[in-house]
Design a protein around this ligand. Structure first.
Ligand SMILES: Cc1ncc(COP(=O)(O)OP(=O)(O)O)c(N)n1
Ligand code: TZP
Ligand code: MG
Length: 208
């Protein structure tokens, strides 16, 4: 299996956003370093999630980019995505691994070392760790853990740690120094006036 990409773009399907336009801008810049996580609003139908994921898989393929599906693992299987991402309200990691199979990419959300190690023991191949910083993108999140929280998790596991929550190119150096392998973003790309340029800045900070 190729190494996990370092720049994770989570689709923004809020009203007025155009996740496929953002993806088309980021793909030629980040190529195989791009992991696209298809994440739809909770009230989206499975059919809507499937149609978006199907398009994302097709767009990613020529660039060697990776497509994952958030929460809805049956959609991941249906579109032949590389894997999925689960958190506390989704299938348990061990069950998700059974659904996706032994070779799939499987991400799990973690905030602290104990649950992080449990998720890895249960079959997670990477961890999404955060929220690192304040974000307006998702409501109801606990307090940010900052680079120190990322460091605590990164010390406890041997899988890639992907920092999430309020991440910008400016915050990447501190997160990398804390042990993050990569970052996952919504707003830093979806809300950027020039998503291609924003992708280049994030990638530059991740790979320098
Ligand atoms: C890379 C990454 N990390 C964390 C999350 C959050 O997942 P979860 O806690 O299940 O919350 P939702 O995204 O499902 O609302 C993520 N999606 N990706
Ligand atoms: C889905 C999710 N889980 C924790 S923070 C977050 C949203 C991250 O969005 P942004 O990069 O805009 O802060
Ligand atoms: Mg989830």
């Amino acid at each position: 299996m190729p190494p996990l990409g370092r720049l994770h773009l989570i689709t923004d399907t809020r009203p007025g956003r155009d996740p496929l336009a953002v993806l088309r801008a980021a793909l030629p810049v980040a190529r195989a370093e791009l992991v696209v996580q298809v994440r739809v609003e909770d009230d989206a139908t499975d059919r809507q999630a499937y149609e978006l994921a199907r398009r994302v898989v097709a767009l990613c393929r020529p660039y060697g980019a990776t497509c994952l599906v958030n929460d809805r693992l049956h959609v991941a299987l249906a579109v032949d995505a590389a894997g999925g991402h689960v958190g506390a309200e989704d299938l348990p990691v061990r069950a998700a691994r059974r659904v996706l199979g032994s070779t799939a990419v499987l991400g799990a959300t973690a905030r602290e070392p104990v649950s992080a190690a449990e998720a890895v023991a249960a079959g997670a191949s990477y961890l999404g760790v955060g929220p690192c910083h304040l974000t307006g993108t998702k409501a109801g999140l606990p307090a940010p853990i900052g680079p120190a929280g990322v460091h605590a998790v990164a010390e406890a596991v041997e899988v890639p740690v992907i920092a999430i929550g309020g991440v910008t190119a400016a915050s990447v150096p501190a997160l990398r120094a804390a042990g993050a392998y990569g970052v996952a973003v919504v707003g830093a790309l979806s809300g950027a006036p020039d998503p291609a340029r924003a992708a280049a800045e994030l990638l530059g900070a991740l790979t320098c």
